[in-house]
Write a protein that binds this ligand. Structure first.
Ligand code: SF4
Length: 408
């Protein structure tokens, strides 16, 4: 049987897309391998959000030249966002590439394989099941136009998948033994269908047999509305953690980033989420071209006011093809200094958030016999052992800043 090696760069959506593409290859006679050397086919699924991610994928592709020469019949598929951005011109630089399949063409991936004769003569394999989370893509693309972001250009406008298809996928994952379902989309909470909201969808997925918990990523603050919160607040199967990208604490910079909200609006939404028990992590960018020292200090004060459970901090880096890439960059030294200061500021957030869980009764979804995650996304270790995938209620009695502990 021919063997498939998958190299995925980027976000969870890319992991889900790799799974989807791999499923087509498995039905065409391939089986998975984790060893590049024994593979007959390599699927490289790429990311282009940052220059760095694209470079890593291209440099891996460069190394595959030698891999392909070593054994005849080997093939390479280059897919995802960088494939979409760079297109067929990739074949000029990398003539040994067999298929280029952009992120927007995932629906036509099967036809692309059939046209290229990617068939093996043996029956296909099955992926090895890992973890307790089943990923289900519910929408693709983005209708926003953040001035620093290449995603709308690469992924195109929002396209929501039908709820019937999503529910079928989620039910399949649950029946395969994934008690946690993660709904995915570039702006996941923009999902809608005639007469149905994202909150309705979350409730329907959580009611499927075998589903113990539902998460979603990546949400946009614009769709955190009172109606959404009302729609989910009584459903405890919807995890009480959200990764909500703030990007900046300055309303002026947020406007220049074209994020569509002000600091005040964002803080109101954060407050409303906390009222129904959400822990909130975030992304922050330092050194956007127009960011002054005062703007930067606004970001520091946002961190203080918002009470995030974690913050992932990035230095601004221009992405060719975006409006912000035309702006004059700040001095690299300023970027580095600001990043250092911000990293120091956010360093204690997780520890403090873990401490705040002390004494609470929490619901744990077990990922090993005695370790799991709470709905608020804190890791926890139990004294007793339980079945993997089951949910237990327990009291938090201790914390070491990265892990919670229970009495039983
Ligand atoms: S919301 Fe903004 S940052 Fe997020 S994918 Fe869309 S354009 Fe990019």
């Amino acid at each position: 049987m021919k063997k498939l090696f998958i190299q995925t760069y980027g976000c969870q959506m890319n992991l889900a897309d790799s799974e989807e593409m791999a499923a087509h290859l498995f039905t065409r006679g391939y089986m998975p391998t984790e060893q590049l050397e024994e593979a007959d086919l390599v699927l490289v699924n790429t990311c282009t959000v940052r220059d760095h991610a694209e470079h890593r994928a291209l440099s891996f592709l460069g190394r595959l030249r030698q891999w392909k020469r070593e054994k005849s019949g080997r093939r390479i598929i280059f897919a995802g966002c960088a494939a979409q951005r760079l297109g067929q011109q990739l074949k000029k630089t990398f003539p040994y590439l067999d298929i280029v399949s952009g992120a927007r063409e995932i629906d036509q991936f099967a036809q692309l394989l059939d046209k290229s004769g990617f068939l093996s003569d043996a029956p296909g394999g099955q992926p090895v099941q890992k973890g307790i989370t089943g990923y289900v893509t519910i929408m693709r693309g983005c209708d926003f136009a953040c001035s620093y972001c290449i995603v709308p250009t690469v992924r195109g406008p929002v396209k929501c998948l039908p709820s019937a298809e999503i529910l079928q996928q989620a039910a399949k994952k649950a029946s395969q033994g994934y008690p946690e379902i993660m709904l995915l989309g570039q702006t996941v909470n923009a999902w809608h269908e005639d007469g149905k909201t994202f909150a309705d969808l979350l409730n329907e997925v959580s009611a499927l047999p075998g589903v113990a918990r539902v998460r979603f990523v990546s949400p946009h603050p614009a769709f955190i509305t009172p109606q959404f919160l009302d729609g989910i607040k009584s459903n405890t199967k919807i995890a009480r953690h959200i990764h909500l990208p703030a990007q900046s604490g300055s309303s002026k910079v947020l406007q220049e980033m074209k994020r569509g909200y002000t600091r005040e609006i964002l803080l109101d939404k954060i407050h409303a989420l906390k009222q129904i028990g959400f822990s909130i992590s975030t992304d922050l960018i330092v050194g956007f071209p127009t960011e002054t020292q005062e703007d930067f200090e606004q970001t520091l004060s946002l961190v203080e006011q918002a009470g995030f459970s974690a913050a992932y901090c990035f230095k601004y880096s221009p992405r060719q093809g975006t409006p912000a890439a035309e702006m004059k960059l700040l001095d690299e030294k300023i970027l580095e200094q600001r990043l250092d200061i911000l990293l120091n500021k956010v360093r204690g957030l997780a520890e403090a958030a873990y401490q705040q869980q002390m004494g609470r009764t929490v619901e744990v979804l077990l990922e090993t016999p005695n370790k799991g995650r709470t709905g608020e996304d804190f890791w926890i270790q139990t004294q007793k052992s339980y079945t993997v995938g089951s949910v237990v209620q327990t009291e938090v009695t201790a914390s070491d800043g990265t892990l919670l502990f229970t009495r039983d």
